[in-house]
Design a protein around this ligand. Structure first.
Ligand SMILES: [Zn+2]
Length: 317
């Protein structure tokens, strides 16, 4: 899980009123002629939360991104850090990345970050996501928590590999290993965020800003209030980018509780970072985080937004 002050987050999410109850159970109590109460259960279906708005820009290949999301879930299945399936996936992801390579994670043999890059001026803009999934529950496939962010980062990397801009900032696309903690290990800050901690420790000085993608493809009710640990100025630029591609409704002008995630090792080193995480995701950390609760449309709306944001950030002084 993405951890930390989860109780704060849950309380905040509830106060946002974003939770959609698909079934409302009402207990109807009536009195019979005998005077003994009888009960009946009535199920009421309420409308699902809306779909994401359609982005007007088309520079992010949503179809390819969604195919890569599906591939992770269907062909690699449960793929926690250190597993054979995740190591196979890493080879595949490295091949898809421009200048793709592995970086070892000191202290965690068998774990490795997958890094793609587009040359340019330093410090670099980094776009990241974790590619491992929950160790528990067994069989967790992480369509939204893992596959979606990974698919978006790879698709952005491939788009920018062909969008050369003389004088622009360097771009790095980093897939972090070992974000999720081994089953039963606590605290999360020591057991999880292993790949991002290693990357920040060795590269923070080369990073101008980090844009982290997590839980970005929920089909119904996708919404990103600002995670409280995310840099406010960078978040304003994100919202402006979203407005430019006409999906500003995804980013309401609100803030919710702080999440410990792969951006945390960067913010702790003073690197401006933002975490796009739709934490109010009913299937979070469960075996229901599957393909039927994510969509290409949502993934594309976020992908187009981040493409626009990175385009703006890389040409800025
Ligand atoms: Zn995640």
């Amino acid at each position: 899980m993405v951890s930390g002050r989860v109780w704060v987050v849950v309380a905040a999410a509830a106060s946002l009123g974003l939770v959609v109850a698909l079934l409302v159970w009402a207990v109807v109590v009536s009195s019979g002629e005998s005077g003994a109460p009888s009960t009946a259960q009535v199920s009421v279906t309420v409308p699902a939360a809306p779909l994401a708005p359609l982005a007007t820009a088309n520079r992010f290949d949503g179809a390819r991104a969604f195919a890569l999301l599906r591939e992770q879930v269907l062909d690699y299945g449960w793929r926690p850090a250190g597993s054979a399936s995740l190591r196979r996936l890493a080879v595949r992801l490295r091949a898809l990345m421009p200048r793709g390579r592995f970086e070892a994670i000191p202290g965690h043999p068998g774990l490795r970050n997958v890094v793609g890059s587009v040359p340019g001026r330093l410090p670099a803009i980094v776009v990241g996501a974790h590619y491992d999934v929950e160790d528990a529950p067994k069989g967790f496939v992480g369509a939204n928590d893992g596959a979606a962010g990974t698919a978006a980062v790879v698709t952005l990397a491939r788009a920018f590999a062909h969008a050369k801009r003389p004088g622009a900032r360097a771009l790095r696309f980093v897939l972090f290993d070992g974000e999720e903690e081994p089953a039963g290990c606590t605290p999360f800050t020591a057991c999880g965020i292993r790949g991002s901690s290693a990357y920040a420790a060795s590269h923070a000085g080369e990073v101008k800003a980090l844009v982290l993608l997590d839980y970005i493809a929920e089909k119904h009710g996708l919404s990103f209030p600002r995670e409280a640990g995310s840099d406010p100025a960078l978040w304003r630029r994100l919202r402006a980018a979203a407005t430019a591609v006409e999906v500003g409704a995804l980013f309401p002008d609100m803030t919710f509780g702080e999440i410990i995630d792969d951006h945390t090792p960067f913010t702790e080193r003073g690197v401006p970072a933002i975490d796009l995480i739709d934490f109010d995701y009913p299937q979070r950390d469960s075996l229901q985080d599957t393909l039927d609760v994510v969509s290409q449309r949502s993934l594309d709306a976020v992908g187009e937004t981040v493409y626009e944001l990175v385009t703006r950030l890389r040409r800025r002084a």
